[in-house]
Design a binder for this molecule. Structure first.
Ligand SMILES: O=C(O)C1=N[C@H](C(=O)O)C[C@H](O)C1
Length: 313
C-alpha cells in the first residue's frame, strides 16, 4: 500500500522532494470493446516497469482521465499498483484530476483518499476561466483537503486559463503543493519560474517538443507522453546532461526531436495508442468519443517510423 502521507515520506527522505525528478510517464488507458482493458493495462505497466522511468501518472490527458468513470479509475489504480509491485518497481504513482469546480474537485480528493496513489496531478479549473485570486483559492482549498502531494498541471491551451508565476510562487509556499507540470508552452514564463522557484518546488516540463530545452534551463525532468516510445532514449538525454555530456545529449535529441511532432500530429493519445497497438503492447488503439481513431495517412507515417523509416524513431 502506497502511503497516504507520501508527502511525509518525502520530507523525511529529502527536504527537496527529490522524488519529483526525472522521466515521468503519463500512461495511456487501454480500452477494448468499450471497457477498460485490464489485461493490456497489466501488460503495459509490466513493460514500463522495466524501463528507466521515475514516476507514473494515471488518468491525465494521455490517460483520457475525463473519459473514465469512478469505478474504472479505481480499477486503473489498483491494477497499476499491483503490476508495479509484482515487477518490484517502486516509483511514485500520481492520479490525474481535473474539474471546473472547486467543491467537486475537493469531493474527488475525498473519494480517492483510500486509493493506492502517492499524489495528484491537478489541472487548473477549465472552462470557467477564474481570476488569479480564484486560482489561488482553488488550489489552496485542494491543498487543505488532502495530505498528499499535489502537482499543479498548468496547461492554458487546454483549460483556457494560465496560472501566472506570481500565483504559482504563492502556492509553492504550501507544504503539499510540491511542483508543477509546466505546459505553459511559453519558454519565457518557464524560465522565469525556474529562476525564482524555491528549491523544494519541482518543475517538470509537459511539453514534449521542449523536453531538451527545458532540461538545459534547469527543469527537474519531464512528464512526457512521447516517452511511451523510445523511453530509454528520453531518459538517456537527461542522464547525459546531468553527467555534463551536453554534446551527447544534443546529438540524441537531434535524432529524437521529430518524434513528439509525429505523436502529436493528431489529437493525443490517438497516435500513441496506435503505436503501442502496432507494437503489441495493447490489444486495441480504441479511444472514447469525442476522441476518434487516427487517419490512415498518419497511421502509415507511424508504420513507416516503426519500420525504422523517417520521423525520428
Ligand atoms: O497526459 C499528460 O499528462 C500529458 N499531457 C500533455 C498534453 O496535454 O498533451 C502532453 C504531455 O506529454 C503529457
Amino acid at each position: 500500500m502506497r502511503s497516504v502521507s507520501g508527502l511525509l515520506e518525502m520530507d523525511l527522505m529529502n527536504p527537496t522532494h527529490s522524488a519529483l525528478t526525472g522521466l515521468w510517464l503519463p500512461l495511456v488507458t487501454p480500452f477494448r470493446d468499450g471497457a477498460l482493458d485490464e489485461r493490456s493495462l497489466y501488460r503495459l505497466v509490466t513493460h514500463f516497469a522495466a524501463q528507466p522511468i521515475d514516476g507514473l501518472i494515471l488518468g491525465a490527458t494521455t490517460g483520457e482521465g475525463t473519459s473514465l468513470d469512478d469505478e474504472e479509475a479505481e480499477r486503473l489504480v489498483s491494477i497499476t499498483s499491483a503490476a508495479l509491485e509484482a515487477a518490484g518497481k517502486s516509483i511514485p504513482l500520481y492520479l490525474g484530476l481535473s474539474g471546473a469546480d472547486t467543491r467537486k474537485t475537493v469531493k474527488a480528493l475525498e473519494r480517492t483518499a483510500s486509493w493506492d496513489v502517492t499524489g495528484y496531478l491537478i489541472t487548473c479549473p477549465y472552462y470557467t476561466r477564474p481570476s488569479q485570486r480564484g486560482l489561488f483559492g482553488h488550489f489552496s482549498a485542494l491543498a487543505d483537503s488532502t495530505q498528499r502531494p499535489i502537482l499543479i498541471y498548468n496547461i492554458p491551451y487546454r483549460t483556457g486559463v494560465n496560472l501566472a508565476n506570481e500565483t504559482m510562487l504563492q502556492l509553492a509556499e504550501r507544504a503539499n503543493i510540491v511542483g508543477v507540470k509546466d505546459c505553459s508552452a511559453d519558454p519565457e514564463q518557464s524560465f522565469d519560474l525556474l529562476r525564482r522557484r524555491p528549491a523544494d518546488f519541482a518543475v517538470l516540463t509537459g511539453e514534449d517538443y521542449l523536453f531538451y530545452g527545458a532540461l538545459t534551463l534547469g527543469a527537474d525532468g519531464g512528464i512526457t507522453a512521447s516517452a511511451h516510445v523510445c523511453t530509454a532514449q528520453f531518459a538517456a538525454i537527461r542522464n547525459k546532461l546531468i553527467a555534463g555530456n551536453q554534446a551527447g545529449a544534443l546529438a540524441d535529441w537531434t535524432r529524437l526531436a521529430d518524434l513528439p511532432r509525429l505523436l502529436f500530429a493528431e489529437p493525443s493519445p490517438g497516435p500513441i495508442k496506435y503505436w503501442l497497438w502496432r507494437a503489441g503492447l495493447i490489444d486495441s488503439p480504441e479511444m472514447r468519443l469525442p476522441m476518434v481513431p487516427i487517419t490512415a495517412e498518419l497511421a502509415s507515417r507511424i508504420d513507416q517510423a516503426m519500420a525504422g523509416g523517417s520521423e525520428g524513431a
